[in-house]
Design a protein around this ligand. Structure first.
Ligand SMILES: NC(=O)c1ccc[n+]([C@@H]2O[C@H](COP(=O)([O-])OP(=O)(O)OC[C@H]3O[C@@H](n4cnc5c(N)ncnc54)[C@H](O)[C@@H]3O)[C@@H](O)[C@H]2O)c1
Ligand SMILES: N[C@H](C(=O)O)[C@H](O)COP(=O)(O)O
Length: 358
């Protein structure tokens, strides 16, 4: 069988279908039924589960098994699947730690496919962090950190952005509801956040953010606004000293290195149109400081991208929604945004001669 590379067919975007009890499988099927997957997309997951979920929801999708490196089956309503078998039967909405290793196996297959030159990018449907940990992966905290380690890099950056901000090809904001928000710390208990904000981490994160905004999003000299950690950015040290002792001196040093990085600003008023109009991205100190605003502005129509990886990885802006799993009521819009972004970034890399291979 000729390899895809030999036939110069674009390499696939791999969609890991995520937690089997969650909404990931059905969202992937819904996009396939609507013919809303870009060409050269392939799902990874249990093919029986996908077929059964399609049948239960009345989705007219034909799941067709194939292997990495083989040509993808095509046709209306066809969903190519690289199969990974569940470890235990699965009902929608019911978590089972026995399937944690299955979820990890789907991710490992997707990374391996990028490493072997059989895939161009990965889009991840949501997984459930708690059940992965309960299933024996004690140090697991999320895709972002798992992919960092799987790819052997020291640092990555989680950035979420609204659809138009992800696909904009020029600097500047398109509208008040468009946001790009990156995080200094990701999946940490709040108690641990302050200690994790060090000059070294802030420096590494800022450089990755500036460089990927430029390299992947075509913003030549990104303008980044940085949130303070404490209320009112520390109120001159009266409400916390991290701004004075860590954040401000680090930003000063980064400016001296040529980055357009501003702040630290009080986080409560930074996310207002006048301030946002002057920058290309906001760097928040912790998860809910940045993502609560992003999800208020664009939940369901935004996506997550991991910056600083040697491969393209995008994801949804939502979780496993166990309350909706198996009902067909969850929206596949964010998964669609994430897959389209992955396809565009992969095509961009191919066109510029950079590769997604590790
Ligand atoms: N990319 C990822 O893998 C990812 C992202 C976020 C959360 N999670 C994980 O998901 C699990 C559940 O997290 P949570 O409860 O905080 O958030 P959640 O996003 O799963 O659910 C929050 C609310 O949003 C609704 N919702 C979520 N997705 C929706 C969709 N596509 N359409 C319509 N409504 C939707 C849910 O029904 C629920 O009311 C956690 O384990 C979390 O860590 C994973
Ligand atoms: N922080 C993400 C969010 O709130 O949407 C989410 O937990 C996913 O993280 P990973 O992509 O690292 O799994």
């Amino acid at each position: 069988m000729p390899s895809q590379e030999a036939a110069s067919t674009p390499l696939p975007v791999v969609i890991t279908t995520g937690e089997p009890a969650g909404i990931g499988p059905e969202l992937t099927l819904m996009l396939a039924e609507r013919d809303a997957l870009p060409p050269h997309s392939v799902a990874v997951g249990d093919i029986t589960l996908l077929a059964e979920r399609a049948k239960a929801l009345g989705l007219r999708v034909e799941t067709v098994a194939c292997q990495p490196g083989e040509p993808l089956p095509e046709g209306p309503g066809v969903l190519p699947v690289w199969p990974v078998a569940l470890n235990a039967p699965c009902l929608p909405g019911v978590l089972n730690p026995a399937n944690a290793a299955y979820v990890i196996a789907t991710l490992a297959l997707a990374v391996r496919a990028c490493q072997n030159g059989h895939a161009a990018a990965i889009t991840t449907a949501p997984l459930h962090k708690g059940v992965i940990i309960d299933g024996g992966f004690a140090s697991f905290t999320g895709h972002t950190e798992w992919l960092r380690d799987a790819c052997g890099v020291d640092e990555v950056v989680m950035m979420l952005a609204t659809d138009s901000a992800l696909h904009a090809q020029a600097p500047g904001w398109l509208g008040a509801a468009d946001l790009r928000v990156a995080l200094v710390t990701t999946h940490l208990p709040l108690r641990a956040v302050a200690d994790a904000i060090t000059p070294e981490r802030l420096t590494r994160i800022s450089h990755i953010l500036a460089s990927d905004l430029s390299r992947q999003f075509g913003i030549p000299k990104p303008r980044i606004a940085v949130c303070g950690l404490n209320p009112h950015a520390g109120e001159d040290g009266h409400l916390g000293r991290e701004e004075l002792e860590i954040i401000s001196p680090t930003l000063e040093a980064l400016r001296a290195q040529g980055l357009d990085i501003r702040g630290p600003y009080p986080a409560d008023t930074l996310f207002t149109p006048r301030h946002l109009a002057e920058v290309d991205a906001v760097l928040a100190m912790y998860h809910d400081q940045g993502l609560a605003v992003l999800k208020y502005a664009g939940f369901g129509n935004a996506a997550n991208i991991t910056l600083g990886l040697p491969l393209v990885r995008t994801s949804v802006d939502h979780g496993t929604a166990l309350d909706l799993a198996g009902t067909g009521k969850a929206s596949p819009a964010s998964l669609g945004v994430a897959i389209r972004l992955a396809r565009r970034l992969a095509d961009q890399r191919a066109a510029t001669g950079t590769t997604s291979h590790l």
